[in-house]
Write a new protein. Structure first.
Length: 321
């Protein structure tokens, strides 16, 4: 019985060896159709180095399998190969013409002395080292604005800055839509100084906001307030398609008005106000119209002179010994 079993195992092992040899021969016959004898010998040497156990483990792991042998590149990237780097000849080009200048047919390394050093490159007299469209931080904006306007740098840093309008607009052209960004900001010290600025940029919303901040600080204008808390009397203004009606309010009344006008009053230091916006409620028109109305207010001295009264009578504040 043992002899019969040994014969069976022997025949099966011989069959496995024959089947493995036949697979190898079929594989080599298949590769002969695509590779010349020299490449075929190199493929045999490469496959003989690979351990069958490692190859089996890679097959079992599937896509998650990782080879232990890392690829090595011995190519010298500092040289140019004329066979591969030659420009492409397109069918509609004339004879002997290429889209690029011809590459010299020489294996030579690239020249290391031909480098552009932008830090040492000559600049125009009015050209600054930093790009004009770069986003600047608050301290840098305050420093440059103090040099431009003469205001204190610390005063500019402590200003109340709020964006009123931030939107993306598109310019329709024949070549397509060109995106642009629009920002309107308000600046004030909460003590009677107010400014509104507009910034536009194609580089991004942050660049547009920086420009709006810059213009708002440059446009700072003193406005007149009654008792440092509300407007002088009342006014009714028509600015383009917007109508504004506002009145002064008593102490503790608060700001009961449009949301954009609320931010403007916060920046200007107005604490009590009431009014409405009629017709168009475009935030840009509302903000510009209210800013124009505040700057065109008459002072309490001018009102007293026009009415033929004293300033004390308009203030309704009397002082006694």
């Amino acid at each position: 019985m043992f002899k019969s079993l040994s014969r069976c195992f022997g025949t099966t092992s011989q069959l496995l060896k024959q089947s493995g040899a036949s697979k190898v021969e079929k594989h080599l016959d298949y590769l002969k159709h695509y590779y010349n004898p020299e490449l075929l010998e190199s493929i045999k040497l490469t496959e003989s180095v690979v351990d069958p156990k490692d190859y089996l483990n890679l097959q079992l792991q599937g896509r998650e399998g990782k080879s232990k042998v890392a690829p090595k590149s011995k190519f010298d990237y500092s040289t140019t190969d004329p066979e591969w780097n030659e420009p492409i000849l397109y069918p509609n080009q004339g004879l002997g013409r290429t889209p690029y200048p011809p590459i010299p047919q020489v294996h030579s390394p690239d020249r290391g002395d031909l480098r552009i050093r932008f830090s040492n490159a000559p600049r125009a007299p009015n050209d600054s080292p930093q790009s004009s469209t770069a986003v600047k931080n608050t301290s840098q904006i305050a420093r440059e604005l103090s040099q431009l306007t003469g205001l204190d740098e610390r005063y500019i840093r402590n200003l109340y800055i709020r964006p009123l309008v931030m939107k993306r607009v598109s310019l329709k052209t024949a070549k397509g839509n060109i995106a642009n960004f629009f920002v309107m900001s308000v600046a004030g010290d909460k003590n009677g100084m107010l400014g509104i600025g507009i910034g536009k940029s194609r580089d991004g919303i942050r660049t547009a906001a920086t420009k709006a901040h810059w213009n708002a600080v440059k446009n700072l204008t003193p406005i007149k307030r009654y008792d440092n808390r509300t407007i002088l009397g009342s006014f009714e203004v028509k600015y383009h398609a917007t109508k504004l009606k506002f009145k002064s309010a008593p102490i503790g009344f608060g700001l009961r008005c449009n949301r954009n006008i609320f931010e403007i009053c916060q920046a200007a230091g107005i604490k009590d106000l009431r009014g409405k916006v009629h017709k168009s409620r475009n935030p840009v028109l509302v903000a510009q119209g209210f800013f124009k109305a505040l700057t065109q207010q008459k002072s309490i001295e001018e009102l007293a002179l026009n009415r033929g009264k004293k300033v004390v009578e308009l203030r309704k504040v009397y002082y006694s010994n």
